[in-house]
Design a protein around this ligand. Structure first.
Ligand code: OOB
Length: 550
């Protein structure tokens, strides 16, 4: 991999992190080996189809690693991994991490438009999918992506592979290969994004392991704890905060839920004696309502000690209900795949747990809250959150021009979040300065959706903004200036789907307008559109004939 592909921490800063013991020399492959030696027969990963012990996971990772090397995969190569919550996800991740090949972690809902971009930017040479998951045939998607991404040589399938490569046949005698270094890339995470092209987040073994360990300390997770991944495990929140990788590093058990619904998750909490799990706010509400109404009766949730809620702002009403209804401590989690994670602490006063999004997990995290000119604002006042530290990236992968804007000259990441810092150090998320929609924790880059809309022959101009939503926090609303006769909204949305856009990015509502409001300097005024969308959502404005509610 080219040295210029991603910006490293400055040498003296990295040396400090190593000297202070924040970055150790360990890699994920070595961590698994060590845990397998310590307790080979302990269950590492449990999922619907079965469980795998540390010893078995370690052996399987070795054999798969050798088979992948046999296919020609090398240290530093990038590999698309789009797998649901199944045991094979763990096998594939550890085989790649041991080889030093870098998984590009793709959420299961992503489709061809996104996967092709990820494949192109990373020049991925292989792509792992499950044959079918959630009623969707990933083989079909993988063939399309393979045909459009020249670097993709191998499509490897969990389950019935048809003419593609079946994962279960990738098995070879372990070989001694030079593994990665701790400061090499472990994974490429996907940014929530504000731009038309997705941004890849380069996370190293050293920084990712450090992140997992500090998260563990702040959430009271140890080797006797049990972590449940209810959200898609490739996301940073359930993967490393402390998540599945944090659990495996601790020698604890990680349980993978195929779906996050109470009828699936509650029995798993009971049977696996789950102690920790993490959800986005709309899911917390679903769980609360299910537990309170007894709609999934007879499940003992008493093992649950910590429910982490994050990815989007948790309302105080939801926050307040968690302990009385679920009998566990709420830990608000305000994090980002770029690095910085804030948690409320388990022993914080209830008031802080309910009303704040927590504070940085590491004493080595540096944060600033600044005004538009990058001057620090006093505590209690809203400002832009900047972050730097031992697990916050210094730049995106292969994105030099964007990095110049997204990072300060001295290496702080501009999170795009507007927060205020309280006297007790806790942050309150007040809003967002970045052009992004947070749909119940799922992030949408409006520019990406706008470009797809503009590709339609009957669309002259388009702007996508958030509208408030009681349940998801925000939904997406598209304002479209038609070219002549407006297309039928269903046709327009079908067009977006046909272009291979993930379903959660398809606007929830389309409104046709004769022009888009402009700012003084002639740019589209997203603020005016957001005001208009929120007035409509609040029912203030009458819905007129050019509005189509979907
Ligand atoms: C997590 O990571 P991403 O990369 O999907 O999204 C990061 C963005 C943040 O910049 C912020 O805008 C928003 O999601 N966010 C929150 C929040 N947690 C994340 N906004 C308000 N309140 C919160 N509690 O979402 C993520 C990664 C690791 C741990 C937890 C969440």
């Amino acid at each position: 991999m080219n040295e210029l592909d991603w910006p490293r921490w400055p040498n003296e800063v990295a040396a400090g992190y190593r000297r202070d013991g924040l970055w150790t020399g360990e890699t994920f492959g070595e961590v698994l080996r060590a845990r397998a030696r310590e307790h080979p027969d302990r269950v590492a990963l449990a999922a619907k189809e079965g469980a795998v012990t540390y010893g078995a996971l370690d052996r399987r990772a070795d054999r798969l690693c050798a088979a992948l090397a046999g296919l020609g995969l090398r240290r530093g190569d990038r590999v698309l991994v789009q797998l649901p919550n199944i045991v094979e996800l763990g096998e594939v991740l550890f085989a790649l991490l041991r080889l030093g090949a870098v998984p590009v972690l793709a959420l299961p809902p992503l489709r061809s438009s996104e996967l092709v971009q990820l494949g192109e930017i990373s020049e991925a040479s292989a792509y792992f999918v499950a044959a079918r998951a959630g009623g969707f045939d990933y083989r079909k998607l993988a063939r399309e992506v393979r045909d459009r991404v020249p670097s993709l040589k191998h499509v490897i399938v969990v389950g019935d592979a048809e003419e593609l490569v079946p994962l279960r046949e990738l098995d070879a005698e372990p070989v001694d290969l030079p593994g990665p270094d701790a400061q090499d890339l472990a994974v490429l995470q996907l940014s929530g994004g504000t731009t038309a092209v997705p941004k890849l987040i380069p996370r190293t073994h050293a920084d990712y392991l450090y992140c997992a360990r500090v998260c563990r300390a702040a959430s009271g997770f140890d080797s006797s704890s049990v972590y449940l991944a209810a959200l898609p495990a490739v996301h940073n929140f359930p993967l490393i905060s402390p998540g599945v990788l944090g659990a495996l590093d601790a020698g604890a058990r990680a349980v993978l839920a195929p779906l996050p619904s109470p009828d699936v998750v509650f029995p798993l909490i009971e049977s696996e004696k789950v102690t920790h799990t993490s959800v986005v706010p709309p899911l917390a509400l679903i769980w609360l309502n299910a537990a309170a109404s007894g709609s999934v009766p007879g499940h003992d949730l008493s093992s649950l000690r910590v429910l982490q809620v994050g990815g989007a702002k948790c309302s105080a009403e939801v926050a307040r209900r968690i302990r009385p209804t679920l009998g566990c401590t709420l830990q608000q989690a305000f994090g980002m795949a770029e690095g910085l994670i804030n948690f409320t602490r388990l022993d914080d006063p209830d008031e802080a747990i309910v009303w704040t999004q927590g504070r940085p997990i590491s004493p080595a995290d540096e944060i600033r809250v600044v005004d538009d000119e990058d001057r620090d604002v006093p505590d209690g006042e809203p400002g832009h959150l900047l972050a730097r530290g031992p697990y916050t990236i210094r730049g995106y992968y292969r994105a030099a021009a964007h990095n110049a804007r997204a990072f300060t000259a001295d290496g702080f990441y501009r999170t795009g979040d507007v927060v205020s810092r309280r006297a007790d150090g806790n942050l309150v998320v007040e809003g967002r300065a970045k052009d992004q929609i947070n749909r119940g924790g799922e992030k949408i880059a409006p520019e990406e959706v706008e470009n797809h809309l503009l590709a339609h022959p009957s669309v002259f101009d388009a702007s996508v903004v958030s509208m408030p939503d009681e349940y998801l926090g925000e939904r997406a609303c598209a304002y479209v200036v038609p070219h002549g006769e407006p297309p039928a909204p269903r046709e327009l949305l079908g067009f977006l789907r046909g272009r291979g856009l993930a379903a959660y990015k398809i606007p929830d509502r389309v409104e046709f307008v004769s022009e888009l409001p402009q700012t003084g300097v002639g740019k589209i005024s997203k603020k005016d559109l957001r005001d208009r969308a929120s007035a409509r959502a609040a029912g203030v404005q009458e819905v007129d004939s050019d509005t189509v509610k979907l």
